[in-house]
Design a protein around this ligand. Structure first.
Ligand SMILES: *Cc1c(COP(=O)(O)O)cnc(C)c1O
Length: 362
């Protein structure tokens, strides 16, 4: 068996160590003679594992005590609707401030518009989503219920390397493809959410980190299983949670701690991204359109000089065990997603392949 280097944007690579541990204990978890998938979520052993996973996540991100951590289902896309449903219940004329920087933030804005008036604070569309409009030009309405943005646009490869200063307006962030890539100051956010399948664990679980004082604003029509307060009160087990995804995410948290935590990951991630962008910039054959100040550490889109070579590039990359480099269908070209679980050797191997391909076809 040979493991390939996997640049998939999501569901994405998981650390070998984690998969091997899951494999080793698949049939016999904690000497119980059964799998973790085959045990009640009400069993003390499962509850202990689940609580440990939450604590490890809290340790990694230094989540303050006045924040609840929820393990939910429905993906980040469900949160596009669940956030307004949970935060706007007390507003007579709700207004959501939105920063549009690409496909995911635009989708989040469209869903928010089903529950509230939306106000576009800044729109990167005018720059083909290649840069973040300067904050000096943002138009933030003082009466906004919250401001939502996407710190890392997974498809476009545009990332905020700063947290917007929004004074007293609650800040809501879709961190699906960047959470755990570096340390963050959770206290600057009202709510952070992330689907697991990029940088956390397998698909099926969604993390929500929400300041507890915001838990009393739910719209009465919100289903109980999507009511943050009720989920928090029930330890994210109001009903059956995705137990295997929770367990596997927990193994990833422990793996991250063994790597030295998020400061260590940030160093590695920055180094991986920097060398790939430097190689692309120095070549006339490959191109990345994003403003160098806003380039994603996690998702690196690039095009070839001649797009008739795309299919051959992808085919040869696969033959070299460099998998899933095809760009998103909406933007074309290539995209290398280099999340935490993608080792630096994968980036080195990709660059070596890209150099060689350019030499032969450039
Ligand atoms: C992948 C992704 C989503 C959608 O996630 P689902 O879990 O498929 O709903 C939303 N936002 C961002 C930033 C993403 O990367």
């Amino acid at each position: 068996m040979t493991r390939a280097f996997n640049f998939c944007a999501g569901p994405a690579a998981l650390p070998d160590e984690v998969l091997l541990q899951a494999q080793a204990e698949l049939l016999d978890w904690q000497q119980r003679g059964i799998s973790v998938m085959e045990i009640s979520h009400r069993h003390a052993a499962f509850e202990t594992m689940a609580a440990e996973a939450e604590q490890d996540l809290r340790d990694l991100l230094q989540v303050p005590d006045d924040y609840a951590v929820l393990f939910m289902q429905g993906g980040a896309t469900a949160q596009f609707s669940l956030i307004p449903m949970n935060l706007l219940g007390k507003e007579a004329s709700p207004l959501v401030a939105c920063v549009n920087t690409g496909i995911w933030s635009n989708k989040a804005t469209a869903e928010a518009a089903r529950y509230a008036k939306t106000h576009i604070v800044a729109d990167a569309q005018g720059f083909q989503n290649t840069t973040i409009p300067p904050m000096t030009e943002w138009d933030i309405p003082a009466q906004a219920s919250y401001l939502q943005y996407t710190p890392n646009e997974t498809i476009g490869g545009l990332e905020f390397h700063f947290v917007p200063e929004v004074e007293s307006i609650p800040l809501v962030a879709d961190m699906s493809s960047t959470l755990l890539s570096r340390p963050i100051d959770v206290s600057k956010f009202a709510l952070i959410y992330a689907g697991a399948q990029k940088n956390i664990g397998p698909a099926g679980i969604t993390l929500v980190i929400v300041r507890k004082d915001l838990l009393d604003r739910v719209m009465p029509s919100t289903p109980s299983v999507f009511n943050y307060q009720r989920i928090a009160d029930n330890g994210s087990m109001l009903n059956t949670p995705p137990t295997f995804a929770w367990y596997l995410s927990g193994l990833v948290f422990k793996w991250l701690k063994r790597q030295g935590g998020l400061t260590a990951m940030a160093e590695i991630n920055e180094r991986k991204a920097t060398k790939l962008y430097r190689f692309i910039d120095e070549s006339d054959f490959y191109h990345n359109p994003i403003d160098p100040d806003c380039r994603s550490w996690m998702n690196v889109p690039f095009t070839l000089k001649d797009d008739t070579l795309d299919a051959r590039f992808l085919q040869e990359a696969e033959a070299n065990k460099l998998m899933n480099l095809k760009g998103h269908r909406s933007v074309g070209g290539m995209r290398a997603s280099i999340y935490n679980a993608v080792p630096e050797q994968a980036v080195d191997a990709l660059i070596t392949f890209m150099k060689d391909f350019e030499k032969r076809c450039g």
